[in-house]
Design a binder for this molecule. Structure first.
Ligand SMILES: Nc1ccn([C@@H]2O[C@H](COP(=O)(O)O)[C@@H](O)[C@H]2O)c(=O)n1
Ligand SMILES: C[C@@]1(CO)OP(=O)(O)OP(=O)(O)OC[C@H]1O
Length: 160
């Protein structure tokens, strides 16, 4: 019999450069001095979330479903990646229960966006926003041109 609960974990990192947009958790970051270098929209938080969803059921990682060599993935809205991962999770008979996200970024301060990021990620997973915990850290200047996101997700069997 399959387990009633499973844990998923995902990470992502992108190099940052001037003159690019920065999007995190589906929310544009205003006044970001640097933005993500990526094939898609470079949303490290949603990439970590999608990988967490997939890893909880040993479904691989987002690169298998959305290769960074595919022309159709260029500038892709990462909400599409999360939607696909969620569809695969549901297809295996599970649903997300709660998410914990940590974003490491030196600048700008993301605290003012915490609620918007939690709300958008919850919306993508059809969860109440109270089920998405969002934490921010700096790299203490060790990686100023770098964004990193880490996410855990608890998955519950749909028919326990
Ligand atoms: N981009 C960021 C990074 C951090 N914060 C907030 O600052 C606090 C201190 O960060 P440390 O890395 O020095 O521990 C952290 O707890 C966050 O609340 C932020 O808002 N945006
Ligand atoms: C999302 C994909 C595909 O567009 O590309 P990137 O935006 O570069 O992101 P990354 O997390 O490096 O790899 C996953 C890729 O499959």
């Amino acid at each position: 019999m399959s387990a009633p609960y499973r844990i998923g974990y995902g990470e992502d990192a992108h190099r940052l450069e001037a003159g690019r947009p920065l999007v995190l958790g589906g929310v544009p970051v205003p006044h970001a001095p640097l933005g993500a270098v990526a094939h898609s929209d470079g949303d490290a938080a949603l990439h970590a979330l999608a990988d967490a969803l997939l890893s909880g059921l040993a479904l691989g990682d987002i690169g298998q479903y959305f290769p960074d060599t595919a022309a159709e993935c260029k500038d892709l809205d990462s909400a599409v990646i999360v939607a696909r991962a969620l569809e695969l999770v549901r297809g295996r008979g599970y649903r997300p229960v709660n998410v914990a996200l940590v974003v490491t970024l030196d600048r700008p301060k993301l605290g003012p966006l915490r609620a918007a990021i939690a709300r958008r990620m919850a919306e993508l997973l059809s969860l109440p926003e109270t089920e998405v915990g969002v934490s921010f850290k700096t790299s203490e200047g060790l990686a100023p041109a770098h964004v990193q996101a880490r996410a855990t997700v608890l998955l519950a069997r749909l028919d326990p």
